[in-house]
Write a protein that binds this ligand. Structure first.
Ligand code: AMP
Length: 114
């Protein structure tokens, strides 16, 4: 299912442009529109799930692929060896802005919490 008001569902559906790096069954990776590191990519399940609260609805294979695609993207972007942050902001106190589950892949410089 997709959510008509969700910006990431619009990217999945092709209604909104993004720089897509990986497009495969169940998983999409695209560059963050407001990159806050030399490499800043988002990896998402294509199915709409607002946050980790809905992780139970994401098929196990898709969840695993999110991790694998993050590593693949890090390799192709040249940051796998130097390291990168794989981060999910979950809910208001983490500053989640887009309520479609997504993992940030950030690197190319020293990336620290928060
Ligand atoms: P979060 O704070 O974890 O919810 O992060 C949401 C991220 O989505 C932010 O880093 C935004 O810059 C990014 N973002 C929002 N709209 C778009 C878009 N249309 N294309 C790519 N990235 C986006």
């Amino acid at each position: 299912m997709s959510d008509d008001n969700c910006v990431f569902c619009k990217i999945v559906g092709g209604e909104l442009e993004a720089e897509i790096l990986r497009d495969e069954d169940g998983v999409l990776a695209f560059r963050d529109i407001n990159g806050r590191a030399p490499v800043h990519v988002l990896v998402i399940p294509k199915e709409h799930v607002s946050s980790l609260a809905g992780i139970g609805k994401v098929p196990d294979g898709v969840t695993k692929r999110i991790f694998e695609v993050a590593q693949d993207v890090a390799e192709s972007e040249g940051i796998a060896k130097s390291g990168y942050a794989f981060r999910i902001n979950n809910g208001p106190d983490a500053g989640q802005e887009v309520f479609h589950l997504h993992a940030h892949v950030m690197g190319g410089e020293r990336v620290r919490m928060p």
